[in-house]
Design a binder for this molecule. Structure first.
Ligand code: TPP
Ligand code: MG
Length: 555
């Protein structure tokens, strides 16, 4: 007679990993091969999870982050032991600061040999721990599923973010019974960034916020990335429309109110934030992007609203704080305040906005060759669909895009975020197009940025991912060269080769490439790229004397 144990199906550790991924709705695993990961691949193959292999682990990890950014679901990558994991660390740092939920699986030397000098042996946990919300190593095959579940739960709990589990070779190749693996995949997590347990629309902070808003004459909303993770866009719009509050957006919140909405503003930002009597600062830290709080007026009363308590203290005093489900905070405020008369305030800001936009017209129609980036973006805007996903990876070239390209839907503007890691773009683009194959995915790349991950055009070509990249090729590290010259009167380590044919590189890797020297050539080149059916690079020579006018660089 067989015993109970003999009747149980035995599955190897990699299969158990894959079964948990599947239980969490994962459909793609971004990776680069390493023997430590073979059983995970075998498990994914059995469970129907697509394996998307790249040319450098940074791209696998940025693809996982990019997947999260465009789906609001956790992205997953598998990085082989030692250098595979270290190569993915920039993306972990990026995801931590962007609050992007992702699960990083690491290969690892077999536990029974730890300390004896196995190939690629190193203890990852101590050095990834500061970059993730959760880092763990199973001590047996049977422990694997539970740790994977915990990694998903931690990634999805507000503040959402990256998590890490490494898989010692012996545990992940050996078997354990199937039934020991029962764990609740949904334990502890709801929709991204929504903490159902926290109800912020009551309590002292909320009452104070409502009272401030009720008396406001010049209110503004400044919203950022956590509004997106917290699924707050509908309530944001309802609040803004009901009370007539002008809205400014940054990070992943771009598109949470369409750029052509009558309450959306961008150019009038400093006038509005400085002049506001009450500012609802939603899902965005007062970091360098908001001048550490100095972007607002000295007298502006700040109401801080977020998906969870902020990770660091505010750099200036705030008048009220509401942490928890953002949607219910915003709907609560709308109901508590009822109505406001902001017509004069909104009218003033609209005048500023219109005037500043009109002043840009000259550069939008600039005929110079090499091109001004603004001229290029005017042409690009003409061929972009409303739901196009635009990804920025570069310096000044991307700063111009952030200023002049409009976003109409959530999850349509991906920049590196405050960690500012060049090279994130190809991974983001790979994931974005795989997640949304029917939409335009446009990667804006500096010529410097291209160098970090240009080989991923091979990845895009092999997987049939027809992203359109548009390069601002100024032959320099523009965002560094101009400030260094300003400070020192000269620059070093700031020049690249002029007119490098990155388009030919992309062609050699199986893509479509074209070189653009004049404004008239832009539109036809873009149209060819969008209809190429393969990944494309439009290599646009841009003017190296153009420096993005910025007030702060490093602090
Ligand atoms: C990984 C990484 N290395 C270096 C930097 C510093 N950095 C920020 S912008 C920039 C220049 C980017 O040059 P390019 O992509 O050509 O864009 P441009 O400014 O010329 O438009 C550099 C080197 C960074 N942000 N990330
Ligand atoms: Mg450049």
């Amino acid at each position: 007679m067989p015993t109970d144990a003999q009747e149980q199906t035995q599955l190897h550790g990699g299969r158990h990993v894959a079964r948990r991924l599947k239980a969490h709705g994962v459909t793609k695993l971004f990776t680069l091969s390493g023997g430590h990961l073979f059983s995970v691949y075998d498990g994914c193959r059995e469970e129907g999870i697509e394996i998307v292999d790249v040319r450098h682990e940074q791209a696998a990890a940025f693809a996982a982050e990019g997947w999260a950014k465009v789906t609001r679901q956790p992205g997953v990558c598998a990085l082989t032991a030692g250098p595979g994991v270290t190569n993915g660390m920039s993306a972990m740092g990026s995801a931590l600061q962007n609050h992007s939920p992702m699960v990083v699986l690491g290969g690892r030397a077999p536990a029974f040999r730890w300390g004896q000098g196995s190939l690629q042996e190193i203890d990852h946990v101590p050095f990834v721990r500061p970059l993730v919300k959760y880092a763990a190593t199973p001590t047996s095959t049977a422990e694997i599923p539970q740790l994977v579940d915990q990694a998903f739960a931690a990634a999805m709990r507000p503040h959402t973010g990256p998590t890490f589990v490494d898989l010692p070779l012996d545990h992940v190749f050996m078997e354990a019974p199937e039934e020991d693996m029962a764990a609740d995949p949904t334990a502890g997590w709801g929709p991204t960034g929504v903490d159902a347990a926290a109800s912020p629309s009551t309590g002292g902070g909320f009452e104070r916020a409502a009272a401030l808003l009720r008396d406001a004459e010049r209110p503004v909303i400044m919203a950022g990335t956590n509004l997106y993770w917290g699924h707050g866009e509908h309530e944001l719009r309802a609040l803004a429309e009901t009370l007539g509050i002008p809205v400014f957006l940054n990070g992943l919140a771009r598109g949470c109110l369409p750029a052509d909405h009558e309450l959306f503003f961008a150019r009038a930002r400093s006038t509005a934030l400085k002049g506001a009597d009450v500012a609802l600062v939603i899902g965005v830290p007062m970091d360098f992007r908001l001048g550490f709080g100095g972007a607002f007026g000295d007298e502006t009363e700040i109401v801080a609203i977020d998906v969870a308590e902020p990770e660091r203290s505010h750099p200036r005093a705030v008048a009220a704080e509401c942490y928890g489900d953002v949607g219910s905070t915003l709907s609560g405020l709308r109901e508590a305040v009822g109505s406001l008369d902001t017509r004069e305030w909104v009218g003033t800001l609209r005048e500023v906005e219109t005037e500043k936009r009109a002043a840009e017209e000259e550069l939008f129609t600039d005929e110079r060759a090499p091109l001004h980036p603004m001229r290029l973006y005017r042409e690009l805007a003409g061929v972009l669909d409303r739901n196009a996903i635009v990804i920025g990876d570069g310096g000044d070239f991307v700063s111009y895009a952030g200023r002049v390209l409009d976003t109409y839907e959530p999850g349509c503007w991906l920049d590196p975020g405050p960690f500012g890691c060049l090279g994130c773009g190809t991974g983001y683009a790979l994931a974005a197009k795989l997640a949304h194959p029917d939409r335009q995915v446009v990667l804006l790349q500096g010529d410097g940025a291209f160098g970090f991950s240009g080989m991923e055009f091979d990845t895009l070509a092999r997987h049939g991912v027809d992203v359109v990249a548009v390069m601002g090729n100024n032959g320099i590290w523009g965002l560094e060269k101009h400030p260094m010259e300003f400070l020192y009167g000269y620059s070093v380590a700031a020049d690249l080769r002029p007119e490098t044919r990155y388009d030919q590189l992309v062609e050699a890797l199986g893509g479509h490439g074209s070189l653009v020297r004049t404004p008239a050539e832009v539109r036809p080149a873009l149209e060819r790229a969008f209809s190429a059916g393969v990944p494309a690079l439009v290599n646009v020579l841009t003017d190296p004397t153009v420096a993005y006018p910025r007030s702060a660089n490093l602090a």
